[in-house]
Design a protein around this ligand. Structure first.
Ligand code: XMP
Length: 516
């Protein structure tokens, strides 16, 4: 394991992901974890991340020199690079001059880090102070206008560092530099593959669950499907999956779970048809938060009943259901403060709130994985591409994409329009470029149109294609006009109740991704 020491920058997760992309398993530890503890985990290498502070700031996180004296290979990035320099006897100048964004870098020595890479390259910088003299024993390998020492390495001690951010895509050869550290300096080998992950997880799940039974709520999304498929592979039909059909899914999604997921995994699936129950609970409600509350509450009610049924069926065979499978991902683990082991995890919104007499031990086979890795595991397990590459879709589903009251008729209209949008975006090969594209029905708005010889008085549909990295911020995607034109023509021709298609050109902020 390569440990990425997080100095509080948003880059630590990205660094860990890039290391894993290189085929080396990597986890994140907070910089507040004492050096002894970090070393006790026997890391194959340590990477010090960037951070917001100046190494001279009084509250600046420090690096225990012990980390560098331990003989463990170490790589410093940005703040971590400066901290490494300061701690080993180099000089960090308090220039305070910021170098920010794309910056030309000159390689002065083609040693291990840069290998055969071009002498002039573009890198992403973000720093105030700069290293002005490397510590004794280090070779300076690159320089930039704002950073006299922009990279250094000491091959004997297996230490190196860079002022720029190799983990961001704007750094042209960042991944290669990172790999040069891992393979040429630290001497590691690329052994982290998704096939190995599947094998390891299957073994771990078997060890945890033994010959007892587990339960899993499938949401229709990637995470729960992959988690369930892994557990299914480990314990077979001692896993029971429950899928609550709340009637707010898009066209074909429930069938995908009912048919395709079961066909591939052979899972024991119980589909609970709760469509009527959700519709009647939502009757007369237009307020978005009220809708969310109702949908969440009904979900828990239905799932709870299903779980009780599964438990009592097992009991009648003299068995117990002790485990609940959840699709918790590594970023959730990191964000809730648990780098490894038994940390407290924020409960998945779909299954929080189960009553106390229904207690389960969690099985979380995706706890160490990033989203892109979960998708690879899904493919490895043979899940359909459409499911594995499914874009984010909110738990409350189409319920919060009908502005106004949710009714069966409105759901049918929206489902038709949404299916057209998804089909056309896929046909245009845009699925991977778009983060997600909510299709919204303005059910309480009517507008006048003309179709054939007649005046129409229908509803507008809003297209909300967005590009994003993490849904925290987003920009509206500049879809090609011809794709928009096809979508518009098809919707107004094929969905009778809709006579107008509009495009949302608001970024987030100020807009949110969803309309409700
Ligand atoms: P907003 O609309 O807040 O959405 O910009 C950010 C991301 O979260 C999704 N979203 C939800 N997901 N329950 C969910 O599970 C919800 O109530 C919910 N509301 C928004 C949204 O699709 C986007 O990916």
């Amino acid at each position: 394991t390569v440990l990425v020491v997080d100095f509080g920058a948003q880059y630590a997760q990205l660094i860990a992901r890039r290391i894993r992309e290189a085929g080396v398993y990597s986890e994140i530890v907070s910089s507040e974890v004492p050096a002894e503890e970090i070393l006790a985990r026997k890391p194959a290498a340590i990477v010090l991340s960037g951070g917001p502070s100046s190494v001279y700031a009084p509250e600046a996180p420090t690096v225990d020199p012990m980390l560098f004296e331990s003989g463990v290979p170490a790589f410093g990035i940005c703040y971590g690079f400066q901290a490494m320099a300061a701690s080993l006897g180099g000089t960090v100048a308090r220039t305070g001059d910021r170098e920010y964004g794309g910056t030309p870098l000159t390689v002065t020595t083609r040693a291990r880090l840069f290998g055969d890479l071009p002498l002039e390259q573009n890198v992403w910088m973000s720093h105030g102070d700069a290293v002005s003299a490397a510590p004794p024993g280090f070779t300076v390998t690159a320089t930039s206008t704002g950073a006299p020492v922009a990279a250094f390495e000491d091959v004997d001690r297996r230490l190196a560092g860079v002022q720029f951010h190799p983990e961001v895509r704007h750094t042209a050869h960042g991944q290669t530099v990172l790999e040069h550290f891992l393979f040429e300096i630290a001497g590691l080998e690329a052994t982290w593959t998704m096939a190995n992950v599947v094998e390891e997880q299957v073994e771990q799940i078997r060890a945890q669950v033994g010959d007892r039974r587990a339960l899993c709520a499938l949401s229709g999304g990637v995470d729960s499907a992959v988690a369930a498929a892994l557990v299914q592979r480990a314990i077979g039909d001692r896993l029971t999956c429950v899928y609550v059909d709340h009637g707010l899914m898009r066209e074909g999604e429930t069938e995908q779970i009912e048919r395709d997921f079961v066909a591939v995994t052979g899972a024991d699936l119980r589909v609970v048809d709760a469509r009527e129950q959700f519709l009647s609970a939502l009757a007369g409600v237009s307020d978005p938060e009220e809708k969310r509350k109702i949908i969440g509450r009904e979900f828990i009610r239905v799932f709870e009943q299903a779980a009780l049924d599964v438990v009592s069926d097992a009991k009648s065979h003299g068995e117990t259901v002790d485990f609940l499978v959840q699709g918790t991902l590594y970023p959730d683990v990191v964000e809730s403060g648990g780098g490894s082991g038994t940390a407290n995890i924020k409960s998945h919104h779909n299954v929080g709130g189960l009553p106390e007499d229904l207690t389960f031990t969690l099985v979380e086979p995706l706890r160490t994985l990033f989203k892109d890795e979960v998708r690879q595991v899904g493919l490895q397990l043979g899940l359909p591409e459409t499911l594995v590459w499914r874009q984010p879709f909110p738990g409350p589903g189409l319920g919060i994409r009908i502005v106004g009251e949710v009714t069966q008729e409105r759901l049918d209209v929206l489902r038709k329009a949404d299916a057209i949008v998804r089909a056309e975006l896929s046909a245009a090969g845009l699925d991977r470029e778009i983060w997600q594209c909510p299709v919204v029905l303005l059910a309480d708005v009517r507008s006048v149109g003309v179709q054939g010889d007649g005046r129409t008085y229908g509803h507008p549909i809003v297209l909300r294609p967005v590009s994003s990295e993490d849904a925290m911020t987003a920009d509206w995607t500049r879809l090609p006009y011809d794709v928009l034109a096809r979508i518009s023509t098809r919707i107004t021709n094929e969905v009778e109740e809709v006579n107008r298609v509009t495009l949302d050109v608001t970024s987030k902020p100020p807009g949110t991704i969803e309309w409700e």
